[in-house]
Design a protein around this ligand. Structure first.
Ligand SMILES: [Zn+2]
Length: 457
């Protein structure tokens, strides 16, 4: 009897001690490159000395990347914290669902004032307190769709979906992501399971540059989307690979804009997913130009002609005509009189014009070569641009040749790489003979030299 009492006493005495330790332990945080104790303390709003004591740091001055700290006094999130850069195809809602985090947890971990701050590439801090739903199929809630309709479409029990995703109710917001138990589906959390992978190649979203978006999908999924008011035109590279090329306008302001990836599944069901992405500065310079004939500065004329040109380069022809590197359009591509992207003022007016192409130097009569195969879609005179040729290379990629003294092709001609298509001149609004060479991608003028310096898919 005495022994039994002793055991009971021991048990009741021991129990709260464990609870106490659990309470004091706090969350675990792995030190990241660039972290200092004070930046970590500031991020979690916890005194430095409390972190030192809880983590039992012998030498607080020697913090190493990968060290695991205990952050005490945090009760709004549990488990181990980690960083993950927001991938293409993930956003606030998909990450919140995947890691079963609360709005408060997401906001406090990431010092968010708006979900829009979680743009593509943002270093999101997440917590694995409830595990993660990575090995699950996904559905994206379309506008006007209820959880019941979503469950019916995926063949799941709506109550099971609610429980698995810890949803507070059967309603669902458009763009929300619902994970389905027991099915394997790797890939970005915000897109349907048939989309296995999406990525942006190279430099990403920069003013005046070409964006390449690759998608790996199940067969019969058609990808599409929209960015900055331009449709994303995906074309198949193989049965499972699709590619979209899109230019980012020079006039796009730096900052965060919504990218929509959308499409249809094999059975015709549409999907649409939106995430914020950041447009970075292209770092372009400014210059002042003098034009002697003021009639040519007529803004109405400039705008009408620009619209006329943009109308010709908007359509995306499904057949891609190039493969590998492009050839040079001009013998002296290293002699650049004026680079792409320069912010221009005419006759000391406002800096409201951009240089949408690259100017290659050299005199009247120098040969102009087609840099890649294509179809001539325009060949004729324009007021500002002089004698112009425009070639369609497929997939929404066009090239333009301005100010020519002679045009040597006709609309409808099929041109080949290195073919002579015209001669350099000084026609149109111009200060001296040169070739203004322009490249459009998805209806947007882009840095042409990129198209000579790298291979596009
Ligand atoms: Zn130019």
């Amino acid at each position: 009897m005495v022994a039994l009492v002793a055991i009971l006493l021991l048990a009741t005495a021991v129990q709260p001690v464990y609870a106490q330790q659990e309470e004091e332990e706090g969350v675990r945080y792995t030190v990241q490159p660039g972290d200092t104790l004070s930046s970590i303390a500031l991020r979690f709003n916890v005194p430095i000395n409390d972190i030192i004591a809880a983590s039992e740091l012998a030498n607080p001055n020697a913090l190493n990347v990968g060290d695991v700290l205990i952050i005490p006094g945090i009760d709004w999130v549990e488990g181990t914290l980690f960083f993950q850069n927001v991938a293409l195809g993930d956003n606030y809602l998909s990450l919140k669902r995947r890691y079963l985090l609360s709005d408060e947890g997401m906001a406090r971990l990431n010092q968010l004032t708006s979900p829009e701050q979680m743009y593509y590439g943002f270093p999101a801090m997440l917590a694995s307190d409830h595990g993660e739903l990575t090995g699950s199929a996904r559905s994206v809630v379309a506008a006007g769709q209820s959880l019941w309709e979503l469950a019916a479409a995926s063949g799941d029990n709506p109550w099971a979906l609610m429980a698995y995703n810890q949803l507070p109710g059967a309603w669902a917001v458009p763009g929300d992501v619902v994970f389905t138990p027991g099915r394997q589906a790797p890939g970005p959390g915000g897109l349907p399971s048939g989309v296995q992978f999406v990525e942006v190649e190279g430099i990403g979203f920069v003013q005046g540059r070409t964006v390449v978006i690759n998608a790996v999908t199940d067969p019969d999924i058609q990808m599409g989307g929209e960015f900055f008011g331009f449709p994303l035109n995906f074309f198949p590279e193989s049965d499972s690979q699709q590619v979209a090329l899109q230019g980012i306008p020079l006039y796009a302001e730096t900052g965060t804009f919504d990218l929509t990836l959308a499409g249809t599944l094999a059975d015709g069901t549409p999907f649409s997913f939106t995430q914020p992405v950041r447009i970075a500065s292209g770092g372009y310079e400014s210059e002042t130009l003098t034009v002697n004939d003021p009639a040519l500065l007529n803004p109405e004329l400039s705008e009408r002609e620009m619209q006329q040109v943009y109308d010709m380069v908007m359509a995306a022809t499904p057949e891609k005509r190039w493969a590998g590197y492009w050839g040079a359009p001009h013998p002296y591509i290293n002699v650049i009189n004026s680079s792409f992207g320069i912010h221009r003022s005419y006759n000391n007016g406002e800096y409201e014009n951009y240089h949408y192409g690259v100017d290659f130097g050299g005199g009247v009569g120098i040969e102009i070569w087609a840099p890649a195969p294509g179809t001539v879609v325009f060949a004729g005179p324009l007021d500002v641009r002089g004698n112009v040729t425009i070639i369609d290379h497929g997939w929404g990629v066009y090239t333009g040749y301005f100010h020519q003294s002679q045009i040597l092709v006709n609309v409808g001609d099929q041109v080949q790489t290195t073919q002579v298509i015209g001669l350099v001149g000084a026609t149109g609004r111009i200060t001296g003979a040169h070739l203004h060479w322009e490249v459009w991608v998805g209806g947007v003028s882009v840095e042409p030299m990129d198209w000579l310096n790298r291979i596009y898919p």
